[in-house]
Design a protein around this ligand. Structure first.
Ligand SMILES: *Cc1c(COP(=O)(O)O)cnc(C)c1O
Length: 394
C-alpha cells in the first residue's frame, strides 16, 4: 500500500526532468542579470529569456513581441482586468463581462474593481458548464470594455466556444481576454484564429516551475501596466526576470508542443476509461462538466449521499491524491461556485471529486482508482444518514 498516485494535476504538476535540467544551468552557470548587456553572463541570460519568449509565442501563434512574462496565471489575470480597467478609466468604459465559473483570480479582481465604479456581468452556464452566446450578446453594453472567458474550466474541464466568443467581441470592438491556464498544452490555442486580445498562461500546470507565467497582449490593445519599476519586458512589466523560471516555462512549452498529439490522445483514453469505470461500477453518480468538450485529463463526479472531504481522506489513506468540489482554500465548506453554477444542489455538489491525470498515469492506476472508489463509496454510504433516510422512503 505504499503506492502513491497523484491525480491532482489541475492543482499543479511535477516539474518535468528535462525542464529541471535546463533550469539548473541558470542557477549555477548563467546567473547573470539579463539587463547587464555589457558582459557575456548577462547576454546569455537575455538570450535564454528571448528564446523562451519565441517558443511560447510560436505555440499560440503570436508574435514574440506580444509575449510578456509574469509571476503566473493569477498575475496575468489581474493584469488583464486591472490593466484594461485603468486604461479606460474616465473614458465612459466601465463594464466587464465574465462568467460565473471563472477562477478566483478573475472573480475576486472583478469584485475589487467595483470600488472604482466598475460593474461586472457574470454570465450563466448550462448544466455542462457552457456559456450561452445569445446571453453574451445580450449582456454587451456601449460601456463594455472587456469580455473575459476562460478557455477551459479548472474544476469540470469544460471547453468554451472561444472562437465564436472572440468573433462577437471583435465585432463590437471589445477587448477579449482568455484565461488559458488549464487549456495550454491540452487544447489548440491560436490567438489569431480565435480573435484573442489577451491570454493568461501559467508554467506550473504544464510541467514547469511554480511562480512564472505569461501574458499575450495583442499589438495595439489598450492596457496599462500592473507592475511599475524598471524597464524590463520592454517597459511593460518591471522586475528582474526570473530567468531560470522563464527558461523552465519555455522548456515545458517546447515539450507540450512536441508531445501534443500523443498527450491528448493518451489522456483522453485514460480519462474515458476512468469515467466509464466509475459510471459502470458505482450507482448514483453524476458526471460534472461536458461529456466530450472537456479537457483530456479531467474527470469530475458527484457521489450522491456522501461528502467529498470524507472521500478525499480515505483516498489519501490509499495513497491517492485528488481534489474535492469545494476548493476550500479559505477553509470554508462552501461548495464550489462552479458546480453550483451548473445547477447542482448543495448536497450533490458537496459529494464531488475531481481527478486530473498526467502522462505519468497508467491504465493500472485507473483500474486501481476505480476499485478504490468503489470500496470507499460503499463504506461511506453505509454510514450516511442521508442515504439511509432515502432508502427508508423508498
Ligand atoms: C491555476 C489557475 C490559475 C492561477 O495560476 P497560478 O499560476 O497558480 O497563479 C488561473 N486560472 C486557472 C484556470 C487556473 O487553473
Amino acid at each position: 500500500m505504499s503506492r502513491k498516485l497523484y491525480l491532482d494535476n489541475a492543482a499543479t504538476t511535477r516539474v518535468k526532468r528535462e525542464v529541471k535540467d535546463e533550469m539548473d544551468k541558470y542557477f549555477d552557470e548563467f546567473y547573470g542579470n539579463p539587463s547587464s548587456q555589457l558582459y557575456e553572463l548577462g547576454r546569455k541570460s537575455k538570450e535564454a529569456v528571448e528564446k523562451a519568449r519565441k517558443t511560447v509565442a510560436d505555440f499560440i501563434n503570436a508574435d514574440e513581441k506580444e509575449i510578456y512574462f509574469t509571476a503566473g496565471g493569477s498575475e496575468s489575470d489581474n493584469w488583464a482586468l486591472k490593466g484594461t480597467a485603468f486604461a479606460n478609466l474616465n473614458k465612459g468604459k466601465n463594464h466587464i463581462i465574465t462568467t460565473k465559473i471563472e477562477h478566483h483570480a478573475i472573480l475576486h479582481t472583478c469584485e475589487y474593481l467595483e470600488k472604482f465604479g466598475i460593474e461586472t456581468t457574470y454570465l450563466n452556464v448550462d448544466k455542462y458548464g457552457m456559456v450561452d452566446l445569445e446571453e453574451l450578446k445580450q449582456a454587451i453594453r456601449p460601456e463594455t470594455m472587456i469580455i473575459s472567458v476562460m478557455f477551459a474550466n479548472n474544476e469540470i474541464g469544460t471547453i468554451q466556444p472561444i472562437e465564436q466568443i472572440g468573433e462577437i467581441a471583435r465585432e463590437h470592438g471589445i477587448t477579449f481576454h482568455v484565461d488559458a491556464v488549464q487549456a495550454l498544452g491540452s487544447v489548440k490555442i491560436d490567438v489569431k484564429k480565435q480573435h484573442i486580445d489577451l491570454l493568461s498562461m501559467s508554467a506550473h500546470k504544464i510541467g514547469g516551475p511554480k511562480g512564472v507565467g505569461g501574458m499575450f497582449i495583442r499589438k495595439g490593445v489598450k492596457i496599462d501596466n500592473l507592475i511599475h519599476g524598471g524597464g524590463q519586458e520592454r517597459g511593460r512589466r518591471a522586475g528582474t526576470e526570473g530567468v531560470q523560471n522563464i527558461v523552465g516555462f519555455g522548456k515545458a512549452v517546447e515539450i507540450a508542443k512536441r508531445d501534443f498529439d500523443y498527450h491528448v490522445k493518451r489522456l483522453t483514453f485514460l480519462r474515458n476509461k476512468l469515467i466509464g469505470g466509475i459510471k459502470n461500477n458505482i450507482p448514483d453518480v453524476v458526471l460534472n462538466g461536458h461529456p466530450t468538450k472537456r479537457l483530456p485529463n479531467n474527470v469530475n463526479f458527484s457521489f450522491k449521499y456522501i461528502e467529498g472531504e470524507s472521500i478525499l481522506l480515505l483516498l489519501d489513506m490509499e495513497g491517492i491524491a485528488a481534489s474535492s468540489g469545494s476548493a476550500c482554500t479559505s477553509g470554508s465548506l462552501d461548495p464550489s461556485h462552479v458546480l453550483l453554477a451548473t445547477g447542482l444542489d448543495h448536497g450533490t455538489a458537496h459529494g464531488s471529486i475531481r481527478f486530473t491525470l498526467s502522462e505519468e498515469v497508467t491504465e493500472e492506476d485507473i483500474d486501481f482508482t476505480v476499485e478504490t472508489m468503489k470500496k470507499i463509496v460503499i463504506r461511506l454510504r453505509a454510514m450516511s444518514p442521508i442515504k439511509n433516510d432515502n432508502d427508508l422512503k423508498k
